[in-house]
Design a protein around this ligand. Structure first.
Ligand code: PMP
Ligand code: GLN
Length: 380
């Protein structure tokens, strides 16, 4: 049967491709972003308790009220912003779903959305599926900074939204106060909506404060802000996250959400509502994961790869220009096959496959995993 594809340009995501290759060649997987260390047993026990205690039916479509209430308290403490859990928070099956839902709830055919590249790979298909048009702006290599002048030039009457992501996947860059100021000036007196992907909220290093849009009431009123429990609590397979938005935006978000998912995993929401009381768990996360970044960076100094410093996320990018002239995807495949290490070629995060000879490494791994990977990379 012939189906007119809604995504004719799209194949299998690079994360699946590289993870499958890693399995096939028994390689160390520093490609797809997931930890290889165990999540906290306490959180597992809380989920277990909720299940055996009978919390196994649908919960509220917007998310377990206790969980939303706890999240509002957390936001108040971290960002001194009051959020109404009744009207402004919705629990979702992961951050990816929340991004899709946010875009679907606002985009009409012909709308334009500003996308910074390299970009997390779900943004563009989400835009295209809604009949809208991505407008690409390349971050400036090698600092991967936002060229705000160029953004200004690309704004027009059709610009419906801008997607930002800090800490950034794949580059590990973080937005500064100056970036926020530039964004503020740009959107003031426009109807532009911001989708702010903050799934790495707590994975931020070197004492840098996270520039959440939750800090800025004038930006919050035009934003969907997206988070992921999978990233914060090292349980990416739980696929739970949440979206915070101004009430009128959230109203539209929920119209889409109620017919696409209705409600999310109940026992895990009970578990998270309790576990979130342990503030240290998320407050200390940046320091813990920074140790892994630093350890991996030191190991990588013994290889021919050159670091492009990460300031947050699970990832650090490295240039291999000194090692090979091959295109990054070919080089990444060769690394799996010959060195037994899987990475992600950064060209896969660009619509036009811009190739700076850079690979993304996930360092959210046990020290032994990182050590073994670096040993293999030394001998290239
Ligand atoms: N945004 C970015 C930038 C990510 O790296 C991820 C991780 N997969 C997500 C969103 C979504 O996370 P999840 O759907 O697993 O909660
Ligand atoms: N966010 C993860 C990454 O960037 C993986 C997400 C996915 O596999 N879709 O590697």
């Amino acid at each position: 049967m012939h189906i007119a594809s809604k995504l004719p340009q799209v194949g299998t995501t690079i994360f699946t491709v590289m993870s499958q290759l890693a399995q096939q060649y028994n390689a160390i997987n520093l490609g797809q972003g997931f930890p290889d260390f165990k999540m906290d047993k306490v959180l597992i026990e809380l989920a277990d308790k909720a299940m055996t205690g009978g919390c196994n039916q649908y919960t509220h479509t917007n998310g377990l009220p206790a969980l939303r209430g706890t999240l509002a308290e957390k936001v108040k403490q971290l960002y001194t912003t009051s959020i109404d859990p009744e009207t402004q928070i919705t629990i979702t099956p992961g951050g990816t779903y929340a991004i899709y839902t946010a875009l679907t709830s606002i985009l009409h055919p012909g709308d334009e959305v500003i996308v910074f590249e390299p970009a997390y790979d779900s943004y563009v298909p989400d835009i295209v599926l809604n009949g809208a048009k991505p407008v690409f702006i390349a971050l400036q290599y090698p600092a991967y900074s936002i060229p705000w002048d160029e953004v200004t030039k690309n704004i027009n009457a059709k610009t419906k939204a801008i997607i930002i992501n800090s800490p950034h996947n794949p580059t590990g860059t973080v937005l500064s106060e100056e970036d926020i100021e530039a964004l503020r000036i740009l959107v003031a007196n426009t109807a532009i909506i911001i989708v702010s992907d903050e799934v790495y909220e707590h994975l931020i290093f070197d004492g840098t404060p996270h520039q959440s849009l939750l800090r800025y009431p004038d930006l919050l009123e035009r934003s969907f802000i997206i988070f992921s429990f999978g990233k914060t609590y090292h349980c990416t397979g739980w696929k739970l996250g949440y979206c915070i938005a101004a009430a009128p935006l959230m109203q539209e978000f929920r119209k889409v959400h109620q017919f696409n998912c209705f409600s999310c995993d109940t026992p895990k929401q009970y578990a998270l509502a309790t576990y979130l009381q342990e503030k240290d768990k998320y407050v200390q996360l940046g320091t813990q994961i920074q140790q892994k970044r630093d350890y991996f960076r030191t190991l990588m100094q013994q290889t021919g790869f050159v670091c492009i410093p990460s300031h947050g996320s699970y990832f650090e990018c490295y240039s291999y220009a000194a090692l090979s002239n091959k295109p990054d995807t070919a080089f990444a495949i060769e690394l799996v096959q010959k060195a037994g290490v899987a990475t992600i070629p950064v060209s896969s995060f660009y619509h036009n496959k811009t190739d700076e000879k850079v690979l993304r490494f996930c360092f959210a791994k046990k020290e032994a995993t990182l050590l073994e990977a670096a040993e293999r990379l030394k001998h290239l």
